[in-house]
Design a binder for this molecule. Sequence first.
Ligand code: ATP
Ligand code: MG
Length: 577
Amino acid sequence: MRATRYFLPTLREVPAEAELASHRLLLRGGFIRKLAAGVYIYLPLGWRVIRKIEQIVREETDRIGGVELFMPALVPQELLDETGRSGLEILFRLKDRHQRPFTLGFTHEEVITDIVRHTVSSYRQMPLVLYQIQTKFRDEPRPRGGVIRAREFLMYDAYSFDTDYDALERTYQAIRVAYVRMFQRMGLPTIIVEAEAGAIGGGSNEEFMIVAEGGEDKVLQCDTCGYGANAEKCELPDPQLTPPPVEGIPPAEKVATPNARTVEEVTAFLNTTADRLVKTLLMRVDGKPVAALVRGDRELNLYKLQHALDGESVEMMDAESIRQITNAPVGFAGPVGLPPDIPILADYELRGLQDFITGANEADAHLIHVCWGRDFPEPRWADLRVAEAGDKCPRCPNGTLREVRGIEVGHIFQLGVKYSEAMGALYTDAEGNQKPIIMGCYGLGVSRCLAAVAEVHHDADGICFPITVAPFEVVLILVNPEDTSQREVAERLYAEMLQAGIEVLYDDRDERSGVKFKDADLIGIPIQVVVGRAVQEGAVEVRLRTDKTPHRVAAEQAVAHLQALIAELKRQYEPTV
Ligand code: ATP
Ligand code: MG
């Protein structure tokens, strides 16, 4: 491709909202352009990268027997009614001319289950893996990072159908390996962590994360056994603490704490530390009120509370209900004197604490010297808090968790029968019994991976693409277009490269060489071929985007040299599993 014929709208001024390096570089380099909040145009360079990522995920899914199809983005709302997902806030909704409600596909479990319930009826038709690469729509509350969290984005989504859980496990493991291979081929170093199921629901599931400072996800990793989990999920072991004796602890006492509601305000006012304070969070699980207690310096993990009560949903209680229950504004709730029908759950860690401070269920007041078992009944102990760096590993005896930030690039789920039961996707087994199909689903953020690659592979001058997903393999830079011998050599090399099947961007623009070098570095094509003064000695310079050391190569041998170099670079991204 000749730069003079190409469409390369680089950008000089990048908006301040672009905090992540990948976002800035993709905008500056002319890979993407914003149309509206969370809605992006893929410019030709960006689109070429996307197509390569798509090709990798296709090849790897086909390799394990997946079959590609393409489902509509327009999804009748009634399908989501069947699984209870039509009310989700993330959905974009619209109506047709007859006022029939539709949503724009945010994921396609219902659509694929609808297809399968009408077509798969026998155990002989399974295992089956279907997949697509499609545009997804989610009305994200906070679009961010350019294409990292967009409202319209490209996703690869695969769905598996099996007759039993052992078969599902086999399919899941095969797809897990396919994912490892996909990310290795893209040059994305990922870690695999346990995850929460979120709106998809179902059983065990794992996320593929790239570690990046700007990532939105908090990930905990054991320093000893390799266990890793999203902080939303990360279990903590029961430390089995022995309760301290209550003898000698003064009786609970109400103290005035005017306007002190937050942990910081209360501890400052009472001149104490947050680990002496017990936070009482009034929540609703499946609509029913519950009180959750965690130490003042800890964070309640909503999912853990929900799971502790086997609930389907969890939310904070609204201020009005809190006022009714505690006779106080938000910020003064405590376990002493709560209505007895409200269950109290407390984090394991609090078992080792007595003589603590809580809200007094009264405006501007707290209780000090509170003891559970004495001032209120012993609560139900559970793992309730968000894991943090320094916590003990839940899987091995000596490990300690450390914390990294991550960007989720893929997510694989064992769904089980959640969708097949809700939607009646049944099959007949060898004995003639009707059973629900056992499903799995597997998502990968194709457009997010474009950003992830740029986030992982860049330096001060721009992106450094792995050759497997680079928009071109080689950029051919003609230093001085006025110089006929340079131009001749460049033109000849360009023709030879095309002939040899090398993906080349030929910078034949009438620009200063400094501009061309800067642009080449910015857009990150892995191999740079410079046709400049060296042509007088019949040579060109070949260098890598990442190390810049120029290698003189005879112009006649340039193409053979490049072919070898491309093969060598590609080998670095060959999958190891
Ligand atoms: P997140 O937790 O980041 O909101 P999710 O868990 O809701 O994502 P999934 O439903 O698991 O997302 O979607 C599968 C994959 O699609 C994710 O692993 C991610 O790579 C990608 N993805 C999800 N939401 C977005 C988005 N808003 N923009 C771009 N990619 C996305
Ligand atoms: Mg996910």
